[in-house]
Structure formats: structure tokens, C-alpha cells
Design a protein around this ligand. Structure first.
Ligand code: SAM
Length: 303
């Protein structure tokens, strides 16, 4: 792919680089905020599954002002530093990571917890949806420990077959739950965001890491008939803003000529780095198919 073709195909990718965001996802959070005013009165926030860090950039700019806010960002991957953002490298489904996050908010809870977490997609829809749901529940579990009453939780969901179950779990903890689809999130993707406002756990609920929400026993039958929860679906971002599924010409509307912008923050240690290095040196192992081998090699291989 040429250097400019992705810019052409994905307007939000190009705009992200031009505006100094580390990822196009920044627009999703900004568009969610346009609709729900997520950052109003927020001074302390947690960004779960944060790498490469565009949501943390938005958070630190919107709530941090000049260092007055407090953002904790967590991801499996290492992330290049950001001013005013405390980083934790870890797995949010692990107890040790959850504990490390929670300790930063002891006695001073957070106003907002966001999670843009996505598992490595396998292409098997049921598996991907299940993994995504587990990530969301791990995030919710952390949120129940750090959020102040009335606080807000925003998390990526996959709108799959069993999403109603997740909505009903979220409704246990929040007075208002919506499913939002920002304009910058491709229509072709089942991704959406659960926007949960008004943290209000059931009376007597005590967050307990020894019994995380992941270790639940569901009563699936509960969701039948009239008890099935219908969560409102809201699109956000101005309708006149760019359509994330369209290609746009590279020359700008004001007539100025397109100039390539390199990514704001190239990945610092991507999981594919080793493969790239090996490929450059021509040492990336190739699959050997018997039909590609000279007869003598096939003989050796089959021995
Ligand atoms: N919001 C980010 C931004 O704006 O830059 C983009 C997040 S990216 C779509 C999803 C992230 O989820 C990846 O960086 C991945 O490492 C992280 N992730 C997936 N599973 C995780 C887990 N169990 N714990 C922590 N991070 C996880």
C-alpha cells in the first residue's frame, strides 16, 4: 500500500495525524463527548486499554488543563509517555493490575472510567464477542472499585447476539445506559460504545476483588420476555462530519495541496516488530509446502 492510500481511504486516520492524535480513535471519544458531555466536572479519570494513547491525549487535554487533572492509563502494550498521564503496563483482567489501578484512587475516587479495549480478533464472531465481553466486564469490575457515586463509565462493546446480557449487567450499576455509535466508528464494524451514566450500585453492594464480576453465575432466563432490557441506540458526531466508511480526495477543501503527515507517535514496541526485522534481513521463515520442494528435500523432510 502506498504512503498516501490509507490517508485517502480513511479520513479519520489522516485527520488524526494532522491534528497530532496518536490514533483515529481520538475522534470516537471526542464525538461521544459532543453528545454526552463526558468531561464536564471531571478531574480524575482512568483510561483502560489505552495504547497507543489517543484517548489519554484527549483526556489529559480536556480534563487535565495544566496538570490539575489526574489520568491513569493502562494497557498490555508499552505506551510512549504523555504529560500528566500515569501509565501502568498490565492486563486489566489480572488481579495484580486491578489492584495497582485501584490503589491510585483510594480515598479519592474517579469521575470517569473509559475502556476502548479490543481483543486480538480471531474472525470467529462468537469467540470475539465473548472475549470483548470479558474485557468489558473486567473494566466494569475495576470501575466499581474506583468510580465515585454518579460517575460515568464508557466502554467499547460488540453489538453481537448476546449484547442484551451486558446491557442488563450494566443497568445493575448505572441509572442510565445507552449504546452509542460515533460517526468515526465504521458502519461496517459491530463496534459501539456503552455509555453508562450515574454510577449507582445496588444497596449493600461491596466491590470485592475476590469475587470479580467475571466469576458470576448468570440466570440467563431472567432476560426473557418483558425483562429483556432495551437500551437506546444513539449516533453521535455531527451528521455533516466525515463519514468513516468513505474515501475522500486528498486535496483539502480550501484548495491547498495535500502533504503527507507521518504518524504522530509510531508504535514503540509493536508485537510485530520482530517479524519486520526478520523480514528486512530476509530471515522470516516461510511455510515450506512439499510441492515447492525439490524431490530430494521432500525425501529429507518426510524422514
Ligand atoms: N483507545 C486507544 C487509543 O485511543 O489510542 C486505542 C485502544 S486499541 C483499539 C485496544 C487496546 O486494547 C490495545 O492497545 C490492546 O493492547 C489493549 N488490550 C487488549 N486486551 C487488553 C487487556 N486484557 N488488558 C489491557 N489492555 C488490553
Amino acid at each position: 500500500m502506498g504512503r498516501t492510500s490509507k490517508d485517502k481511504r480513511d479520513v479519520y486516520y489522516r485527520l488524526a495525524k494532522e491534528n497530532g492524535w496518536r490514533a483515529r480513535s481520538a475522534f470516537k471519544l471526542l464525538q461521544l463527548d459532543e453528545e454526552f458531555h463526558l468531561f464536564q466536572g471531571v478531574t480524575r479519570a482512568v483510561d483502560l486499554c489505552a495504547a497507543p494513547g489517543s484517548w489519554s491525549q484527549v483526556l489529559s487535554q480536556k480534563i487535565g488543563g495544566q496538570g490539575s487533572g489526574h489520568v491513569v492509563a493502562v494497557d498490555l502494550q508499552a505506551m510512549a509517555p504523555l504529560p500528566g498521564v500515569l501509565q501502568i503496563q498490565g492486563d486489566i483482567t489480572q488481579l495484580s493490575t486491578a489492584k495497582e489501578i485501584i490503589q491510585h484512587f483510594e480515598g479519592c475516587p474517579a469521575d470517569l472510567v473509559v475502556c476502548d479495549g479490543a481483543p486480538d480478533v480471531t474472525g470467529l464472531h462468537d469467540v470475539d464477542e465473548y472475549m470483548q465481553a470479558q474485557l468489558l466486564l473486567a473494566a466494569l469490575n475495576i470501575a466499581t472499585h474506583v468510580l465515585k457515586p454518579g460517575g460515568c463509565f464508557v466502554a467499547k462493546i460488540f453489538r453481537g447476539r448476546d449484547v442484551t446480557l451486558i446491557y442488563s449487567q450494566l443497568r445493575v450499576f448505572f441509572s442510565n445506559v445507552l449504546c452509542a455509535k460515533p460517526r468515526s466508528s465504521r458502519n461496517s464494524s459491530i463496534e459501539a460504545f456503552a455509555v453508562c451514566q450515574g454510577y449507582d450500585p445496588p444497596e449493600g453492594f461491596l466491590p470485592d476483588l475476590t469475587k470479580p464480576l467475571l466469576d458470576h453465575s448468570y440466570d440467563f432466563n431472567q432476560l426473557d420476555g418483558p425483562t429483556r432490557i432495551i437500551v437506546p441506540f444513539v449516533t453521535c458526531g455531527d451528521l455533516s462530519s466525515y463519514d468513516s466508511d468513505r474515501s475522500y480526495p486528498l486535496d483539502l477543501e480550501d484548495g491547498s495541496e495535500y502533504k503527507y503527515t507521518p504518524p504522530t507517535q509510531p508504535p514503540i514496541s509493536p508485537p510485530y516488530q520482530e517479524a519486520c526485522t526478520l523480514k528486512k534481513k530476509g530471515r522470516l521463515a516461510k511455510e515450506i509446502r512439499p510441492q515447492d520442494c525439490p524431490i530430494s528435500t521432500v525425501d529429507t523432510l518426510s524422514q
